[in-house]
Design a protein around this ligand. Structure first.
Ligand SMILES: NC(=O)c1ccc[n+]([C@@H]2O[C@H](COP(=O)([O-])OP(=O)(O)OC[C@H]3O[C@@H](n4cnc5c(N)ncnc54)[C@H](OP(=O)(O)O)[C@@H]3O)[C@@H](O)[C@H]2O)c1
Length: 327
């Protein structure tokens, strides 16, 4: 089968489309024929081995795992002996290890049935962005109906899910994005949209119960000024390929220390691959409360281009690696 392989850290030039052996599922796994995949900042972090502490897990001098890609949707081809809840022919989606390939093996415990009313491309766009948004707002933010939530980076891969999920949770949603994305962010459910090229969201006088930051471009003090005294600030990454690792680390330490001296809750999120949460996202797609926003499509052989586009930091929703051009 064809798959993207990388054997050294670096720019998107290290990604090669190669012929590799098709994997065989273990007892707890399913073999999936991938119909569509999607790109996440996680992919370029792993590709470049940045920030450097990541290398303690991904391999110090070179990547331990040569495959790349997490988000995918496809069809189950065969199932391992211990898999009871899936069968050949089932359409599934989830975040796996090695989605930029024609086939992948994944534990049955981390994939969910694809809703029938969405395409493989739409389903592939959901796992990491949807799980991150759901777990951040529900588990970290404890977001309640009627509360005021601010999403900084509302037009991106996570932000477009965060806006829709906040609205579904009954919150009053404010999204921050640039001029060209104002209509998009309003269209997916933000009652108020702040165009960061024209207005500073910290200067409006509005206060928020929950702030979900997907950009990491402002000092913590700016967010805290517009956060209610018992509000929750959720940090979620930010920065580009050139951002020094020290900046992220310093930000985390500052947040931790400031958190000791305030009633505001200053937290971070590390999304988990949770099948139950994928099933919630599946129901939200079925009900139409969540409709994945897809920016553009690339073929599997065009993955380096897709990653370069995402690294530039201005994707509108998700970048999808799609079936017709998949191989
Ligand atoms: N911790 C976790 O578990 C986890 C999980 C997923 C993602 N993340 C992290 O979360 C971050 C966001 O991920 P993503 O997938 O949403 O990334 P993304 O799709 O690359 O985000 C791009 C979006 O950011 C917006 N943006 C750029 N500068 C902005 C600014 N100054 N103010 C407001 N919006 C701005 C862009 O809008 P414009 O074009 O309008 O500027 C674009 O729509 C990344 O750092 C990622 O690594 C963490």
């Amino acid at each position: 089968m064809k798959a993207i392989v990388y054997r050294e850290y670096g720019s998107a030039d290290v990604l090669k489309l190669e012929e590799v052996p098709q994997p065989t599922p273990a007892d707890n796994e399913v073999l999936i024929k991938i119909r569509a995949a999607a790109v996440n900042p996680l992919d370029w972090h792993l590709m470049r081995g940045v920030p450097w502490p990541l290398r303690f897990f991904s391999g110090l001098r070179k990547p331990k795992r040569t495959s790349l890609g997490a988000d995918m949707a496809g069809d189950v081809v065969t199932v391992g002996a211990a898999v009871a809840n899936l069968k050949p022919g089932d359409g599934v989606f989830g975040a796996v290890d090695g989605a930029f390939a024609e086939y992948v093996c994944a534990p049955a415990s981390i994939v969910a049935l694809k809703p029938l009313n969405v395409t493989y491309e739409q389903a592939a766009a959901v796992p990491i962005g949807g799980l991150t948004a759901l777990q951040a707002l529900r588990d970290k933010g404890n977001l309640q109906a009627g509360q005021n939530v601010l999403i900084n980076g509302a037009s991106g891969g996570v932000g477009t899910f965060a806006v829709q999920i906040s609205k579904w949770m009954g919150a009053k949603v404010t999204g921050v994005c640039s001029t060209r994305n104002v209509d998009l962010v309003r269209g997916i459910g933000a009652g108020r949209v702040i165009d960061y090229t024209r207005e500073d969201f910290t200067a409006s006088g509005e206060r928020y119960d929950v702030i979900f930051d997907l950009v990491g471009n402002r000092p913590l003090a700016d967010f805290r000024r517009v956060l209610n005294p018992k509000g929750v600030f959720i940090a979620c990454g930010g920065g580009g390929p050139e951002t020094p690792a020290g900046d992220a680390l310093a930000g985390m330490i500052k947040q931790l220390v400031q958190g000791w001296f305030t009633k505001q809750r200053l937290v971070g999120i590390l999304a988990k691959r949770d099948k139950g949460d994928l099933e919630i996202l599946s129901q939200l797609m079925t009900s139409g409360d969540v409709i994945p926003v897809i920016d553009r499509y690339y073929g599997l052989s065009e993955l380096p281009e897709a990653i370069r586009y995402l690294e530039a930091g201005h994707a509108r929703g998700k970048v999808v690696i799609a079936t017709p051009k998949f191989s």
